[in-house]
Design a protein around this ligand. Structure first.
Ligand SMILES: C[S@@+](CC[C@H](N)C(=O)[O-])C[C@H]1O[C@@H](n2cnc3c(N)ncnc32)[C@H](O)[C@@H]1O
Length: 232
């Protein structure tokens, strides 16, 4: 087993990602945001934001613990995870808003497209996809203008405790020059994360500023806000 994979079990990784278009809507990103900033997507998962933004002329780096595994083996796992994930959504359809996706088939097609596009891009541009495990990132201080972080912090508040959230956020702040956006602010039960208030206190203590922004994307009920954290 390679050094990267030590302690990591592919079966325990859920390899799913959103499309470029979902990220644009989720984080209200403009073309200027993409073209004028060095961006970190952490964790990127099987999201196709990096692929498309870089094709447009952007400068995006994707980081995920899953990148310890080869693209093709992750794609096989990702296809299994999409099938399982869509079956779970089917059971609790009322917990989701069916405006962005018409139905579960459309959801599945978006997830497959993101997985295929991100896998192809990683094969073509491997240096854009780095393995790292929060709360530690292999970057110098202030390496990125903007960091995007979706569907890990706050979302998994039951599994990831406050100490993890604090350490992860401090690390994201260390590597970010200007601005961090975190989506969403609710947990898997669609309740506001129990870690949100202490994290806001930590940000204030670090003398960064925050703004809760309404996203133009909502699929999981109430998952329609992101936290903008920026240097004054
Ligand atoms: C639900 S996916 C979200 C992917 C993408 N941000 C999106 O919104 O589509 C969560 C990702 O977090 C990654 N992950 C979990 N814990 C991590 C950690 N401590 N450090 C880095 N990545 C982690 C997983 O491997 C998975 O790919």
């Amino acid at each position: 087993m390679s050094e990267l994979k030590q302690g990591l079990d592919l079966e325990r990784i859920i390899f799913i990602g959103r499309t470029y278009e979902e990220y644009i809507a989720m984080f209200n990103l403009t073309e200027a945001d993409i073209l004028q900033n060095e961006i970190l997507d952490c964790p990127a998962g099987a999201c196709s934001f990096t692929a498309y933004a870089n094709q447009m002329g952007g400068d995006v780096t994707a980081v995920d613990l899953a990148f310890a595994f080869e693209p093709e083996e992750l794609k096989i796992k990702g296809l299994q995870d999409i099938k399982h994930g869509v079956e779970q959504v089917e059971k609790v359809k009322a917990g989701y808003l069916w405006t962005y996706f018409d139905n579960t088939e459309a959801l599945k097609q978006h997830r497959i497209r993101a997985l295929e596009d991100s896998t192809a891009d990683r094969l073509q541009h491997p240096s854009r996809y780095l393995h790292a495990v929060l709360p530690e990132l292999p970057f110098a201080d202030d390496s990125f203008d903007m960091t995007l972080s979706a569907h890990l912090l706050f979302m998994y508040s039951e599994r990831l405790d406050l100490a993890f959230h604090q350490a992860a956020l401090l690390e994201l702040m260390r590597v970010t020059r200007r601005e961090i956006r975190i989506f969403p602010l609710v947990d898997q039960q669609s309740e506001q994360s129990v870690h949100l208030d202490p994290i806001l206190a930590l940000i204030e203590q670090e003398q960064w500023q925050t703004e809760v922004c309404t996203s133009s994307y909502e699929f999981q009920q109430n998952a329609n806000q992101y936290l903008r954290i920026y240097r004054p």
